[in-house]
Design a protein around this ligand. Structure first.
Ligand SMILES: [Cu+2]
Length: 264
């Protein structure tokens, strides 16, 4: 393609963006409830390190971690996949898979605040289907809040949630039905970082009927990564791999079964 810049052949009647006035956004009604939801990381089943006191964000970790497997105090280390979930009563993260029961069930027309707690070490673009929300504020790990960025002050359907922060959104659920919310990083959304939510009556199954214990452990690429205590670690890796293969077979059978739920 080629374009050529030439002298104007007619008067320029376009408006400068700086002189434009955008239509006002009508505010949401006052929220009737707040939901605490979470963004989480599943830790490795096969990579362990010598125990350290505070697990999680990089700046909480000691400068040297030693790979360990047989140490009784060793802790799992190395995130395998990110998930969404809720908060426990005492404020801890509770990751839930796609298959778990619906936990977010707003009434049609309800206005709610969703407080998204990001327990991971990464920022995630979180997208909520079929709803337009307002970014109310973000709260960092020290309790300091700040408003949305200049480019985030209109209605949004995706928001970046930063690590160690609470991102609060306000929205009115005008459409009834079953929708999803998820991370928009492809590798994340395709790997269980997605949850259903239902506006109004939950029709059909509340969950996919897959037992939470059957959720696959996607820790297949780490075999041999642990140098010490190789036998114990490889045994653990093999168990993890076998469990995932079993799950994959059962999932294939479930999808092929005529009785499988068809609501997706
Ligand atoms: Cu993500």
């Amino acid at each position: 393609m080629q374009f050529r810049v030439v002298a104007a052949v007619s008067a320029d009647t376009s408006a400068s963006p700086s002189s434009l006035t955008l239509p006002a956004i009508s505010p949401f009604p006052p929220p009737t409830r707040t939901r605490d939801v979470s963004v989480n990381e599943a830790e490795s089943d096969t990579v362990f390190v010598d125990s350290h006191t505070v697990h999680g964000r990089r700046n909480n970790q000691p400068p040297q971690l030693t790979l360990s497997c047989d140490n009784a105090n060793a802790e799992p280390f190395g995130p395998t996949h990110a998930m969404l979930g809720v908060l426990t009563g005492d404020g801890k993260d509770e990751p839930l898979s796609w298959a778990h029961d619906v936990t977010e069930n707003p009434s049609p027309g309800a206005t709610e605040i969703w407080a998204i707690y990001n327990f991971t070490e990464d920022a995630h673009p979180i997208h909520i289907h079929l709803v337009q929300f307002e970014i109310v504020e973000r709260e960092n790990e020290f309790g300091t809040t700040r408003g949305p960025e200049a480019w985030e002050r209109g209605r949004k359907d995706t928001v970046i949630v930063y690590p160690g922060e609470i991102t609060r959104l306000k929205m009115t659920f005008v459409r009834e039905g079953r929708f999803v919310w998820h991370c928009h990083i492809l590798e994340h959304e395709d790997n269980e970082m997605m949850r259903p939510f239902v506006v109004g009556e939950i029709k059909g199954p509340a969950a996919t009927h897959m037992h939470p214990e059957d959720i696959p452990r996607r820790d297949l690429r780490l075999g041999g990564a642990v140098s010490s205590s190789a036998e114990s670690c490889s045994t653990r890796t093999e168990r993890s791999r076998a469990g995932a293969m079993d799950w994959a077979q059962r999932e294939r059978e479930r999808l092929e079964s005529a009785a499988a739920p068809r609501w997706r």
